[in-house]
Design a protein around this ligand. Structure first.
Ligand SMILES: NC(=O)C1=CN([C@@H]2O[C@H](COP(=O)(O)OP(=O)(O)OC[C@H]3O[C@@H](n4cnc5c(N)ncnc54)[C@H](OP(=O)(O)O)[C@@H]3O)[C@@H](O)[C@H]2O)C=CC1
Ligand SMILES: [Mg+2]
Length: 363
């Protein structure tokens, strides 16, 4: 591996360099006559159509890569950098920056073309990710003035949108790494340019990246909410109840079944709140709901093989746990604390707490 005489790659994640980017550069460079986009369409609509076209047209995607931003991973760990204000952000490189990095390290492994489309910036620049796991991790990190950090840690260090982007990128990289062969024929599969699908070379079966749907529910009896913890959770952390959807189930059926299985209660009303892609341990699609049980039937019958504990919490207990936040690493955590802000469980608990506060204020 050649490491001497290195030219630093062009970083695009800093605020100063971002200002230099032409906002329409990503779109215009990717064959605008083919894309059929105009400067004047809604920026969200044009971004979505741009991305969709890049998934469908290999040539357009290759052109967008030349003008794109890349997030680097090393064996599924994202490369992060601490910004001037102390907050973390993913290191993003230009295409030529990654090319010079690969050349400098004498890379004979995966090439720039192995990068996977993950999104489009507000400045209409296509975003890609690339795993350089064949290179020396410490040397690449030093070269890019960043650090490769385990996804679980990265996810909570990054601000929300960056955390979701990095989680999506890792999920796609992982999916490609583990879907190189057709499960029907055993023959190799080949990806399209964007990396949004793989096709069996023999049967032409098309494979798309997979997520497992999970229902997560915050149960309320009108005045309290129910939280539980698995033995595998960090000590003291309580969360909303969650469970994987079985084949053929609706969201409501999963919710009713999981609540019955885990705590022995019958759900009355269900309302949808919000959703989230959750990368741990593998890609889940979390569907967050609120649900009620009758105040006359709140006696828990906890399945101890699934949950170590489950209890009803008052609005005051929830409010003070929300204020206390996530305990710092090391030392003894409090008896009860709640999932961090990035988790849909936190969102459900906050929503319930706000609603209780409004109800109490209006009484
Ligand atoms: N973002 C958030 O706020 C939160 C996210 N979560 C996530 O929700 C997910 C589900 O919660 P959990 O309570 O564990 O789920 P379940 O209550 O469904 O229990 C998990 C068990 O279900 C079985 N199972 C069924 N289908 C699948 C599948 N597709 N993938 C993996 N296991 C499956 C496995 O059992 P077996 O091995 O016996 O077959 C597994 O051990 C977890 O991945 C967790 O990380 C949970 C809480 C909060
Ligand atoms: Mg569960």
């Amino acid at each position: 591996m050649r490491t001497g005489n290195r030219t630093r790659p062009v970083l695009t994640s800093g605020p100063r360099t971002m200002l230099l980017l032409n906002p329409l550069r990503g779109i215009l460079s990717a064959r605008p006559q083919v894309l059929g986009l105009t400067r004047f369409s809604s920026s969200f609509v044009s971004r979505m159509r741009f991305l969709n076209r890049l998934k469908q047209e290999d040539e357009a995607c290759a052109a967008a890569l030349q003008d794109g931003q890349l997030v680097l991973f090393h064996r599924l760990q994202p490369l992060l950098q601490r910004g001037p204000t102390g907050t973390f952000r993913p290191v993003t490189l230009t295409c030529s920056g990654v090319q010079s990095l690969l050349q400098n390290f004498g890379s004979d492994g995966p090439l720039l073309e192995d990068s996977i489309l993950i999104g489009c910036s507000e400045q209409n620049q296509a975003q890609f990710c690339l795993d350089v796991g064949h290179l020396d991790q410490a040397a690449v990190a030093e070269f890019c003035a960043g650090t490769f950090i385990d996804l679980r840690k990265s996810f909570f260090l990054l601000p929300g949108p960056a955390a979701q982007l990095v989680a999506k990128a890792q999920a796609l990289l992982r999916w490609h790494q583990t879907n190189g062969f057709c499960s029907a024929t055993g023959q190799p599969t080949h990806r399209n340019r964007a990396g949004s699908q793989r096709v069996c070379s023999s049967s032409s079966i098309i494979y798309y990246p997979k997520m497992s749907p999970v229902v997560i529910v915050l149960l309320s009896d009108g005045s309290r909410c129910l939280l539980g913890r698995q033995a595998s959770f960090p000590r003291g952390m309580y969360s909303a109840l969650a469970g994987f959807c079985d084949m053929g189930e609706t969201l409501e059926e999963t919710l009713h079944r999981e609540v019955a299985e885990e705590v022995g209660l019958e759900v009355q009303d269900v309302s949808y709140s919000s959703s989230q892609h959750w990368p741990f341990p593998h890609s889940s699609f979390m569907l967050g709901c609120h649900a009620t049980v009758s105040p006359a039937h709140t006696q828990l019958d906890v399945d101890r093989s699934e949950l170590e504990d489950a209890r009803w919490f008052t609005p005051e207990e929830i409010s003070s746990a929300l204020q206390a936040g996530v305990p710092p690493r090391g030392g003894r955590p409090p008896d009860v604390w709640l999932p961090p802000k990035h988790a849909v469980a936190h969102h459900l608990i906050s929503e319930w707490s706000d609603r209780q506060r409004h109800l109490q204020a209006s009484e």
